[in-house]
Design a protein around this ligand. Sequence first.
Ligand SMILES: Cc1cc2nc3c(=O)[nH]c(=O)nc-3n(C[C@H](O)[C@H](O)[C@H](O)COP(=O)(O)O)c2cc1C
Ligand SMILES: CCCCC(=O)C(=O)O
Length: 369
Amino acid sequence: MTPDGPRAPHEAYGLREWHDAARAALDGAHYDYVAGGAGEERVLAANERSFDRYALLPRVLRAAGPRDTAVELPGAARAAPVLVAPTAFHRLLHPDGERATARAAAAEGAVLVTGTAATTAVGDVVAAAREAAPDPAVWFQLYLHPRPEVTEALVRRAEKAGCRALVVTADSPVFGRRARDVRNGFTDLPPGYAAENMRDLPGAPPGGLTDIPLSTAVGWRDLATVLRTTSLPVLVKGVLHPDDARLAVEHGAAGVVVSNHGGRQCDAVPAAVDCLPAVVDAVAVRVPVLLAGEVRRGSDVAVALALGAAAVGVGRPVLWGLAAAGEAGVRRVLAELLDGYDHTLALCGGRRNADLERGMVVRTAGDAR
Ligand SMILES: Cc1cc2nc3c(=O)[nH]c(=O)nc-3n(C[C@H](O)[C@H](O)[C@H](O)COP(=O)(O)O)c2cc1C
Ligand SMILES: CCCCC(=O)C(=O)O
């Protein structure tokens, strides 16, 4: 079953059905690459259960009236509260790849975070977004390369393309060990696919999966170098420890993204949403804190925002929409999440995102609902 065509919100497919449709459409190894996690997938499982342990305590009779859910983010005024988190290799999922994702995100007013591991060059991604909206916000995710001139070349590429912010991913000094990929022999991209942004960099071969620059040698000093060489706002992604959130802000970061990389890196960390409140307490008065991790329904967006997130990123659901129905699928996935969030805000008596407060979130045993 491929969900397609316009549909009234009450008829909307749940995201689970997009996942099923994508699984049916995809090569098994590519499905596993997206769905899987590191190690024994303990963190993947913890992420999947995490929002079941939070419940909302709505406020009533607040006479809230019409809602406005737009958010102000670095380089993105009045953006949707749901972003497209950076995910690799969209052309593995659909021939239109990142172009389809870009058009869909722009049409829904959602920031698209494209990045180092895109199978479409960043200039083409931004051009596609501009086909769908006059002034789309595209951010560029990068891994810090041990050779600063390579990082700088990537930054220049993103700036030239018209990206509005950079997102430095900090949780990947080495690549996570993913059993499914080992079992499937998925160690590099199929012929004809490449990490297009890695082409023609100083001293680098055209990039496949194995040519993405991960390094244990990079540190805060390299982040500071990036900040010195660009006027774009720079967010740091993959922060779980509140002290790292503070360090990021002290070094000049314009925001932090709480994420455990979808359970694909260290298989012994907490669920991402469980790390959110401490990071919010550490830095949210100074910079926006975003959450990316297993947001699957509008009420998850509401819980994250009530816990202090400025916005949330979604990874896999966008890829399931892309695999099942290309640009239209991504649009529908984003629209369903945004509509579900708007509806939940109404049910909680809210008019603006800030009407959701931490006191409206309670922890539950997780099996009670
Ligand atoms: C297939 C796949 C590829 C990813 N690639 C990247 C990447 O290149 N850079 C990055 O910072 N995060 C990457 N991530 C992590 C996502 O940005 C996000 O943090 C994570 O998937 C959690 O969101 P989700 O639960 O909605 O998938 C990737 C995740 C997946 C599933
Ligand atoms: C270095 C490749 C980036 C892809 C990625 O981040 C992931 O598969 O989780």
